[in-house]
Write a protein that binds this ligand. Structure first.
Ligand SMILES: Cc1ncc(COP(=O)(O)O)c(C=O)c1O
Length: 482
């Protein structure tokens, strides 16, 4: 996006699109939100969408489509087998990534399931710059373990480092020496590292890490779900790449990897997923899992309409204007909140603005879920739905103790092309109010705790009557109808 200059005021991020279709929003009165929160077991995943004003839970499957994407749906070729839509999708992905072998899946975790199921054996190690919830769960489920080898500075919440997602090459060398290359199922690098705040990884670091893996015969896998934000940051922050087009950068990144997979709920602005496999033999071995778990090889569980829209979405991802909007809105939100004294993960990354919950509610012990408490409070005080990304999102240790997350965050996702600047300003205002009243927020405890991915469906309760007290203060300032 060109940085549009202003005559008489400081520049603000600009939407490089206009609105054609809208969805009405409702802001429930404060006390009704309190009841909804109790009904949802203080878990924002269990709220109903109709009860939410600003849905910043995720960008997954809720990015706005363009007119071109919507209209492409009409040409979808409905066929169980041999749909032309699939061949168009394959051709577009080959054009962008240079790999022709495509396995279609219904979403990102389906790719992770198939990759892990085929490549991971009990006792194996999988190297990652950082884990994502589902990518780790699929590995540990098979009796293997994940080594997260992000550079230490990637976990420093307040920073000016441009590429906090970079993997530490010394740690990789040490891990290979300790585990033995034969025991390492693969190295998975995640673009736009989700759980440390949508932080990018540089091209240079990807190149060095994949070179090292190849030296030891280790398979290299790119999780490209958040690649679009990462591409923006490579172009903006990596000096040697600033004159390259997004298409050129994408191809350079792709050329480093043996396997590339993506959630098309993010990459491509649709709902689906896919795995690109360079090696013919590996590709054919993995095909069996598609027909067993996903669907036939030319749709993989996706609607052909979505696939057709996605093809346009992949092309739009190569447009710098399109991929700039998310990171620029996020940077604005992070900068404003940081200036207001709210502890934020800096610099702003992709995907969303991330609040450093451990700092905000430092009076809440980690085993009472500081980020879980803060995200619940934010719904109560403003109807904003964010996502907990901290200890609650971790699985317990094998001995049943809590696995305390290294970073405790509340994520406010910016689904692409969805929110306006005035909505962003509202969020900034409510977060600031909550920060100024943070001492009123208390902890949570589980009343129903699922064994796997507990953050999705677990139910909790407040450890005291803090939600009622917090809401009293909120109503005193804003009135009961907001
Ligand atoms: C980096 C990353 N990988 C994988 C996934 C899983 O994708 P999906 O939600 O489509 O299953 C996600 C989802 O948020 C993600 O952010």
């Amino acid at each position: 996006m060109p940085e549009i200059k202003f005559y008489n005021r400081a520049p603000v991020p600009m939407e490089m699109h206009k609105v054609k279709i809208v969805q009405k929003l409702t802001l429930l009165p404060a006390k009704e939100r309190l009841q909804k929160m109790y009904d949802a077991g203080f878990n924002t995943f269990l709220l109903h969408n109709k009860d939410i004003f600003m849905d910043m839970l995720t960008d997954s499957g809720v990015n706005a489509m363009s007119d071109e994407m919507q209209s492409a749906m009409l040409r979808a070729d409905d066929a169980y087998a041999g749909s032309e839509t699939f061949y168009r999708m394959q051709k577009k992905l080959e054009e962008i990534f240079g790999i022709a072998n495509l396995l279609p899946t219904h979403q990102g975790r389906a790719c992770e399931h198939i990759i892990a199921q085929h490549l991971v054996k009990p006792g194996n190690c999988v190297i990652m710059n950082y884990h994502f919830t589902t990518s780790k769960a699929h590995v540990t489920r098979l009796g293997a373990h994940v080594e997260e080898l992000v550079k230490d500075e990637g976990l420093v919440t307040k920073s000016t480092l441009p590429f906090k997602g970079n993997i530490d090459l010394d740690k990789v060398r040490a891990c290979i020496a300790k585990e033995g290359a034969d025991n390492i199922a693969y190295m998975r690098l995640e673009a736009g590292t989700n759980l440390i705040g949508g932080q990018p990884i540089s091209y240079e670091n990807m190149k060095q890490a994949t070179d090292l893996a190849k030296e030891h015969g280790i398979l290299t896998i790119l999780d490209a779900s958040l690649l679009q934000d990462n591409l923006y940051f490579i172009k903006k922050r990596e000096e040697s790449m600033k004159d390259k087009s997004i298409r050129e950068i994408t191809r350079m990144v792709a050329d480093l990897f043996d396997v590339i997979y993506f959630s098309a709920r993010k990459f491509g602005f649709g709902r689906g997923g896919g795995i690109l496999v360079r090696d013919e033999k590996l590709f054919h071995e993995m095909e069996d899992y598609i027909t067993m778990f996903e669907g036939f090889l030319t749709y993989g569980g996706m609607s052909v309409k979505e696939m057709e829209a996605m093809i346009v979405g992949f092309e739009e991802t190569m447009d710098f204007d399109v991929i700039s909007q998310g990171p620029q809105f996020i940077a604005h939100c992070v900068k404003e909140l940081d200036a207001l004294g709210v502890p934020m993960i800096t610099p702003g990354g992709g995907l969303g603005a991330h609040i450093d919950a451990r700092q905000v509610v430092d009076h809440i012990p980690s085993d009472q879920y500081p980020a879980g408490s803060l995200v619940a409070a934010l719904y109560l005080c403003g109807g904003i739905r964010g996502m907990e990304r901290g200890t609650l999102s971790e699985e317990r240790n094998p001995d049943g103790t809590e696995h305390i997350a290294s970073v405790e965050m509340v994520r406010l996702a910016f689904p692409r092309r969805v929110f306006t600047l005035s909505q962003t300003e509202y969020v900034i205002d409510r977060v600031k109010w909550l920060y100024d009243h943070r001492h009123l927020i208390g902890g949570l405890r589980f009343v129903h705790e699922p064994k796997t991915l507990r953050f999705f469906t677990g139910k909790l309760e407040p450890v005291s009557d803090w939600p009622e007290k917090l809401l009293e203060a909120y109503i005193a300032d804003f009135g009961a109808d907001q």
